[in-house]
Design a protein around this ligand. Structure first.
Ligand code: ZN
Length: 198
């Protein structure tokens, strides 16, 4: 059975580190998925376009990164729509996939969103202050069960440093890298409970 892994990068685009990650992914010929925040898309549209041109998956991470469980249905819809609008303005596309900020959602806002909701199975905790390259590497490569969705972030320099090592270690373990869209189309994603979709 194939060992599928989807690498995901949240909260970008970042003016420096998103492109550095993109270069590594291209050099390694590895697909990944970027969950961009609408506000940041409007700030750095040229970075988004480079990610699109590289053929990587881009998906919605809301417009301003609120905890959706604290919002009304209407506010949730607005966050998602403004995220879609920013992406459409920049790339001419929208995504059917959304990662709720902090992984937080409930049935009510799930229905309001009307997209495939994507969380993760492994959190590298790279967003934490003081989290080292070695700790990020260890989280992404030790005790991985397949299929896996690995959470990382666009804004962390340590993740840029850890990324080639993570990719090499997972390649060595015989992993097949896929986008989130590819992963969630697999039956095995549902079986292991990482498929969250409406
Ligand atoms: Zn986020």
């Amino acid at each position: 059975m194939n060992k599928y892994v989807a690498l995901t990068f949240d909260d970008g685009p970042h003016p420096l580190y998103t492109e550095k990650k993109l270069t590594i992914l291209q050099a390694e010929d590895v697909p990944a998925t970027f969950f961009f925040i609408g506000e940041n898309i409007l700030k750095y549209p040229e970075v988004v376009q480079k990610v699109q041109q590289a053929g990587q998956q881009i998906a919605n991470h809301t417009f301003s990164h609120p905890d959706l469980t604290t919002l009304s249905k209407e506010e949730v819809r607005t966050e998602v729509r403004r995220g879609d609008d920013a992406l459409f303005q920049t790339t001419g596309c929208v995504s059917n996939y959304l990662r709720p900020p902090y992984g937080n959602f409930n049935r009510e806002n799930w229905e309001a969103i009307g997209k495939n909701l994507v969380t993760w199975s492994i959190d590298t905790q790279d967003w934490q202050e003081g989290r080292t390259t070695e700790e990020i590497f260890a989280a992404a490569t030790q005790q991985v069960t397949f299929p896996a969705i690995i959470l990382m972030h666009c804004f962390k320099k340590e993740t840029v440093v850890a990324l080639p090592k993570i990719i090499h270690a997972l390649k060595e373990a015989g992993v097949t890298f896929v986008t989130v869209a590819e992963l969630l189309s697999l039956e095995s994603a549902a079986i292991t409970g990482i498929k969250v979709t409406n």
